[in-house]
Design a protein around this ligand. Structure first.
Ligand SMILES: [Zn+2]
Length: 231
């Protein structure tokens, strides 16, 4: 079995280095480089608060806020820009040529335009081809985390996840990715509409055929238990 395992490299980036939805220059960063980045970002965020007229240095609730914000970006909100996704191993499908669906993968991301968070779920499906390759289910979650944990626009995020699954699950007959996202930049600022959600879907192969059973099976599947996600 070991000989049939195949390592996949993380060569899945699709936007220029340095963009908010791309990786940072020098990616992947060492722990020391991340620490330096946190120091610089904390100092700059303190100046940002100064400009907003916030006496954060004397406010016990805010005195450590610049550092908290910087750490949250580097370690959590923008983690995918600095820390590589662990290597993903694909496996032979051993004769299975059906559909694989994982639904309701939690998504936390950040809108590149407004730096407000995006919450939601991602549904992923693919049809295994003859002599195709499959991956462990949790690896789909890792792909969502890697591309979600950075700046994003939902349309491009959908494409990035689609391309990663398409490349890793070699010889597939089609891949479909659907994201249902709620954007705080819509609910908390600007138009301030609560409850609106955005649905984006990127499909390839058999999923582009409207009368195809795989497409029908995918959309039927994600309707189940969807009352919290497809409002
Ligand atoms: Zn926005």
């Amino acid at each position: 079995m070991t000989n049939n395992r195949k390592k996949v490299h993380n060569d899945l980036e699709v936007v220029p280095t340095g963009f908010a939805n791309g990786v940072a220059p020098g990616f992947p960063l060492s722990e020391g480089e991340k620490q330096d980045m946190i120091e610089k970002a904390a100092e700059a965020y303190g100046q940002f608060l100064d400009a907003l007229g916030c006496d954060w240095r004397n406010d016990p609730n805010s005195s450590d806020t610049p550092r908290r914000v910087a750490k949250a970006y580097v370690h959590d909100l923008w983690k995918g820009r600095y820390t590589p996704m662990s290597e993903i191993t694909s496996f032979p499908s051993d004769g299975y040529d059906g559909i694989v669906i994982e639904r309701n993968i939690p998504l936390t991301s950040m809108c590149s335009h407004h730096h407000q968070t995006i919450g939601g779920v991602v549904h992923i499906g693919y049809v295994v081809g003859e002599n195709g390759r499959v991956i462990g289910l949790s690896k789909l979650n890792r792909i969502v985390e890697h591309f979600g944990r950075r700046g994003a626009i939902q349309e491009q995020l959908t494409s990035a996840i689609h391309q990663a699954v398409d490349k890793i699950c070699e010889n597939n007959r089609g891949v479909i990715v659907s994201i249902v996202g709620t954007h705080n930049c819509v609910s908390c600022r600007g138009v301030k509409h609560q409850g609106a959600s955005m649905v984006t879907t990127k499909a390839s192969g058999v999923f582009l055929e409207n009368d195809n059973l795989a497409r029908e099976e995918f959309f039927d599947s994600i309707k189940i238990n969807n009352s919290n996600h497809l409002v």
